[in-house]
Design a binder for this molecule. Structure first.
Ligand code: C2O
Ligand code: CU
Length: 463
């Protein structure tokens, strides 16, 4: 074989050893939770017994993802093996992670090539409901099934009889029950409300039934893993109390008849005191009510009900130093039916139409067409920051900040919730406050994954 041919081969076989990144060392007394996640193609029955199996990309062949569980303070150590035909990485959504372990391909690490591997060491500082997902061409890889729940148990967690984790997704399947590949990179989706699916599952199953003990106190941990769909969830047949949003405890409030919006990537924890009867989780974002899941008490009721009322702890606002916060205006623009006509891209001004056709970009911050690594601002370690967001588009956007959690000021009031993903309504103005206390390069982007790839996102440096 000639040398040239040999070189070509070694490229094809992707034998290049993966780069070594600094790993996080466990502190004495810190428990290490070791996990292996192998991403690969997997044939699963997704669309029902009368339909052919669907070719998916999954971790460990698990539809809905392997369920990772650890305790607050643990160090999660994940050996990730990539057996996909394409490069990939894993992002630990909502975790105040070490930057090198954040899993953003091209920013915090090189993508792991096919056949390669990478070990993530993720410190779990906060208890709560989190999830993980691919962060290399996420708009395609997440849509193919590369995600799973990550639950971090805290020692002050409210005591319940049963915990149920529900990861919700809408898949876009074609008439052969396969992932609709023809519509990946569809500019109509990218400039409107993203890739909406046509097959709604919970933990990879259509309308699953969860057996429960009658009268038990249940914590539902709900995760929206859809690419773009904003769900609206309510309970039918029981009362629920929302006790945490995006993993972080919130001032408890009832989940009422109108339901609560759960944008892509957001989580909510709902406390339910089950009665003797079936209750349901319903999706009511459209005018068609869909049952997401049912909870079916077994014949024998183990617990006496009603349960003694629970005194839920109040979650007071901590002292926020908002006056000194450095203000960073972010004017969110673009998309279909918007008012943005021209954008700047790499110093050049062009009509939005041209940006869409030439560069597949349709969204902008402050008139700038954003690329994956466009810098929004350089932040000083420890400073208070106020992101002054103005959603000047015709679409909602689920804005997500990596590595930090933020407080939200809406219509002049600070909400009693701390989040990592905030849903901005069209026309809404809001401020997100946080302390830039985590050094590194962090993404801030819309989690409607098609919006992100087409320009709605940039990075902050913290140093
Ligand atoms: Cu859940 Cu940048 O991601
Ligand atoms: Cu968006």
């Amino acid at each position: 074989m000639k040398r040239r041919d040999l070189l070509k081969w070694s490229g094809l076989l992707a034998t290049t050893p993966f780069l070594k990144y600094p790993s996080v060392r466990a502190e004495a007394s810190q428990r290490i939770v070791e996990v292996e996640l192998t991403a690969k193609e997997s044939l699963q029955n997704l669309a029902g017994p009368d339909q052919p199996d669907t070719r998916l990309w999954l971790y460990n062949d698990r539809l809905g993802g392997p369920f990772l569980k650890a305790r607050q303070g643990d160090l999660l150590q994940v050996r990730f093996q990539n057996q996909l035909p394409v490069p990939s990485t894993i992002h630990w959504h909502g975790i105040r992670n070490v930057n090198a372990m954040d899993g953003v391909a091209g920013l915090t690490q090189d993508p792991v090539p096919p056949g390669g591997e990478f070990t993530y060491t993720v410190p779990l500082k906060d208890a709560g409901t989190y999830w993980y997902h691919a962060h290399t061409m996420a708009w395609e890889q997440v849509a193919r099934g590369l995600y799973g729940p990550l639950i971090v148990q805290g020692k002050d967690d409210i005591e319940v009889d049963q915990e149920l984790v529900l990861i919700l997704d809408d898949w876009r399947l074609d008439e052969n029950a396969q992932i609709d590949e023809a519509s990946f990179r569809n500019m109509h989706d990218w400039s409107h409300n993203g890739r909406l699916g046509n097959w709604f599952t919970v933990n990879g199953r259509l309308q699953p039934q969860f057996p429960i003990s009658g009268g038990s106190r249940i914590r539902l941990r709900l995760i929206n893993a859809a690419n773009a769909r904003v769900l609206r969830l309510k309970l039918e047949g029981s009362q629920g109390t929302v006790i945490a949003l995006d993993g972080y405890p919130c001032e408890p409030f009832p989940l009422d008849e109108r339901g609560l919006e759960l944008a892509t990537a957001q989580r909510m924890d709902v406390l339910v005191d089950a009665g003797p009867d079936v209750f349901k989780l319903q999706e009511v974002s459209t005018n068609q009510t869909l049952t997401a899941a049912s909870f079916v008490p077994d014949a024998t009721t183990r617990f006496s009900f009603p349960r003694p009322a629970l005194q839920l702890p109040s979650v007071p606002l901590p002292k926020l130093e908002l006056q000194q916060a450095r203000r960073i205006p972010i004017h969110m623009q673009g998309g279909a039916m918007g008012n943005l006509r021209e954008v700047t891209f790499q110093g050049e001004t062009m009509p939005l139409q041209e940006a869409a056709q030439q560069h597949q970009k349709v969204w902008a911050f402050n008139g700038q067409m954003m690329q994956a690594t466009t810098r929004i601002a350089d932040l000083n370690l420890g400073e208070w920051v106020a992101l002054e967001l103005w959603n000047d588009t015709a679409w909602p956007h689920a804005m997500h900040l990596h590595g930090h959690h933020f407080w939200i000021e809406r219509k002049g009031t600070i909400l009693s919730q701390k989040r990592d993903t905030y849903l901005m309504d069209p026309g809404e103005q809001a401020r997100l406050f946080f302390v830039a206390d985590n050094p590194g390069l962090w993404l801030f982007h819309c989690h409607m994954l098609e919006h992100h790839v087409s320009g709605m996102g940039g990075i902050f440096s913290v140093s």
